[in-house]
Write a protein that binds this ligand. Sequence first.
Ligand SMILES: Nc1ncnc2c1ncn2[C@@H]1O[C@H](COP(=O)(O)OP(=O)(O)OP(=O)(O)O)[C@@H](O)[C@H]1O
Ligand SMILES: [Mg+2]
Length: 432
Amino acid sequence: MTPEAARTRVVAPSSVVRPGALLGVVGGGQLGRMFVAAARRLGYRVAVWSDDPDAPALAAADVPLAAAYDDPRALAAFTTDVAAATVEFENLPSATLEAIARRIRLRPGPAVVAATQHRAREKRALRSLGVPLAPYVEVGPARDPASALADAVAHVGRPAVLKTAGFGYDGKGQVRLEAEGAWPEEALRLVADGPCVVEAFVDLTAELSVVVARAADGTTRAFPVAENVHRDGILDLSVVPARVDVQAAERASELATSVIAGLGVVGLACVELFLTRTGDLWVNEVAPRPHNSGHATIEACAVDQFEQQVRALTSLPLGEPALVRPAAMANLLGDLWVSGEPSWAEALAVPGVRLHLYGKRVARPGRKMGHLTALADDPSTAADLVLRARSALVGGAATAPPTPSGAAADPRERGPGSTEPGGTTTPDRGTG
Ligand SMILES: Nc1ncnc2c1ncn2[C@@H]1O[C@H](COP(=O)(O)OP(=O)(O)OP(=O)(O)O)[C@@H](O)[C@H]1O
Ligand SMILES: [Mg+2]
């Protein structure tokens, strides 16, 4: 198809792509797999484009396309049949996304993905919108990394966190710069190699996240605010509604919605926030796609994040993301497989617990293999239940205390520094 002919296929923003059409998702991880499930429930067919032939979303696709993201034949095939496409992870080549968007509807658009895939660009975009951020400076690549780091912490103070600008996920590419002491070798190497940011280490009361959908006409819908506990830089537990005061939750929701509108997102995205000990809300980062902390919406809300992603993409009316029941979600990392297959029956014997497995064949430490969700009358009980179920997976009694992995159900019970970034495991390339 010539570029001109292809361009004529772009549909007007408000026109509905009806059930029966072929939708597309670029990226093959679990977020893509759950998008496929939601889209098929609504009567769509789905093409998945992934560069990994073993990707979990490919196995679920109506039309699987396993090819490099810069393969022109794959681009032609994808954009010939797909009516509208979305992304399920952000580390995709901008040229590919721009080419897709010239030919068919792509939500969120390439500019949003480009901004959010690079920490420095993302922070600049947020700062220009007046969004509150932790103090940070850009640094590297530097000939003299030690003095570059010294200059950086002169601005943001210590302790701080060094983060590579690109390709970070699940705390990868991050090094903590302690309150004192020599620069870690890894920090010096990262700053010598490429662009990074150094940001103040935030004294947190809680980590929050808000998934927001925005339609082409500017209508927004925010999901209930989730409260997140990380371990080794990887999300461990997510509880909804967040156990913070009502005003803080309202401010988080409003701030996240204004960020999504300000960035011009059409589609669905997630804003991660820090609630500081002094009550400030600072945006950590934006993911231009569904989010791991939004998985509980599948059971907890009147519409879930994946169906909402489909609706925003197809210009169907956005659903009301009201909370139906408090819930908690616990990630299942590959570490749970070290002594063999986890005891699924034990976990599912816990009342109110649901199991989601992503169909990944190889369990590696730190790799997101699935998650559990528990529903209950209140979020703390849901957290207790889901942690109890996860404990039961590896031989813990289903009645064991609900802290199998060291993560407290209630973040107020955590000691400082329990969410330190910079894990040492090697999971996937990582999405949500
Ligand atoms: N400045 C900071 N102060 C305190 N904790 C931090 C800071 N930066 C990151 N963290 C902790 O590390 C976690 C991961 O950091 P961040 O979200 O920046 O990385 P990521 O690799 O993009 O993670 P993901 O893609 O999984 O969300 C945060 O959720 C938080 O728990
Ligand atoms: Mg993050």
